[in-house]
Structure formats: C-alpha cells, structure tokens
Design a protein around this ligand. Structure first.
Ligand code: ITT
Length: 196
C-alpha cells in the first residue's frame, strides 16, 4: 500500500481524505513528529498548498500532500478566499466565521464556490517534483445555518442542484461532489499510476 504524509492540522480534512483514498496509507503529522506551525504566507491557494507540502516534505522526505482550500463569494468580490479559515479572526472559530459571512452577504449575491488546491511533492530518482490538483463546487450561501455534519462553513453552503447544506448531507454524499472530493479523485488517479 502506498504511504504518504498528509500535511494538515485539520482533523476533519484528514478524516475526509482517508475515506476518499482508502487504498493509501495516509500518515498524519503527529506520526512523523512534525510540530512546527507553518505560516501560510502565499497569495494563492496554489502557493499556500505548496508552502505547507514543502515544509513537511523537507522535514521527512516522504511523499507529501497538502491542500489549501476556501470559500469564494461573488457578493464580496471573491472573499474570504485564501483567508477563509481566519475570516472571523484568530483563533479560528467556525461559528464566528459563518456569522461574519452571513452579515457581509446581506443584500448581496449569495453565489459562492468552494475550491481546493492540493500539492503533492515527491522525490523521484533524486529529483523533487510538485504536482497540483484542483477541485471546485459551485453553489450558494444559505440565509441561516442548517445541519450538524461536516465542519467549517458546511452549515451555510448549498451546492447547486441541491436544497440542503453540506452539513445536512451524509459524509459520502458531500464527498461525492465536494471541492476536496473532486481534487482527491484526480490525485488518487495520479498516484495510482505512480505505482509506489
Ligand atoms: P491546514 O492548513 O492545516 O490543512 P486549515 O483548516 O487551516 O488546515 P486551510 O488553510 O486550507 O485549512 O483553510 C480552509 C478553511 O476553509 C477551513 O478551515 C474551513 O473553514 C474552510 N473549508 C475548507 N473546506 C471546507 C469544507 O469542505 N467544508 C466547510 N468548510 C471548509
């Protein structure tokens, strides 16, 4: 079974990705003893995904994947985008984040999309390569929070062609259409071909 490190501090992402990639042995940061806090100083999802993957790859040398994700809302010029996790301030508080977004969108377009960019770094015959995988899901922001599944902004995101929020869906239903699910489908196909 292929082994790779998922460079994330988010236990929900870790759980989702383990379910999405059942044929991969996904090692977490605790298992490799990585305790540094990596600052996301990039100006794009791609840059931040690379910064996270590179820090961990440099530490352990094992094939490493990191992903940066966020919610982009049309009514507020694409915000919070790469600042999605810390939108309501630090420490990260999902309820405060959602309350701030619901207020900001009052009287504005509620169209939004989630995006994930995953970056995979591996050393192949002495050469370090990084490869990127994207996933998006479009939809809208609900008027109020609904549902208790998932994490983050799931209670206020309704994917297009649906009437329920991500937080009202079963995990596997969310995974079948989510930004992360789509990026991991591409990533899963790629690593299968590497035959590690
Ligand atoms: P790592 O950087 O350690 O992976 P993080 O939570 O800080 O963990 P990001 O910087 O990528 O991750 O921030 C993404 C934020 O976007 C996340 O904290 C959520 O608030 C939100 N988000 C991402 N995917 C989501 C999903 O599937 N459902 C709801 N909210 C999501």
């Amino acid at each position: 079974m292929m082994k790779l490190v998922f460079a994330t501090t988010n236990a929900h992402k870790l759980h989702e990705v383990r379910v999405m990639l059942p044929d991969v042995d996904i090692v977490d940061l605790n298992s490799i003893g990585f305790t540094e806090e990596v600052e996301e100083t990039g100006t794009s999802f791609e840059e931040n995904a690379y910064i996270k993957a590179k820090a961990v790859f440099d530490f352990c040398g094992l094939p490493t994947m990191a992903e940066d994700s966020g919610l982009c809302c049309e009514g507020i010029g694409g915000d919070p985008g790469i600042y999605t996790a810390r939108y309501g301030g630090l420490p990260v508080d999902h309820d405060r984040n959602m309350d701030k977004l619901l207020s900001a969108l009052e009287g504005r377009s509620r169209k939004a999309f989630f995006r994930t960019v995953a970056c995979f770094i591996i050393n192949e015959e002495g050469e370090e390569t990084s490869t990127f995988f994207d996933g998006e899901i479009h939809g809208e922001i609900s008027q109020e929070k609904r549902g208790a599944n998932g994490f983050g902004y799931d209670p206020i995101f309704i994917p297009e062609q649906h009437t329920t929020t991500f937080a009202e869906m079963l995990d596997e239903v969310k995974a079948s259409m989510s930004h992360r699910g789509r990026a991991m489908l591409l990533f899963g196909g790629y690593i299968q071909r590497l035959k590690l």
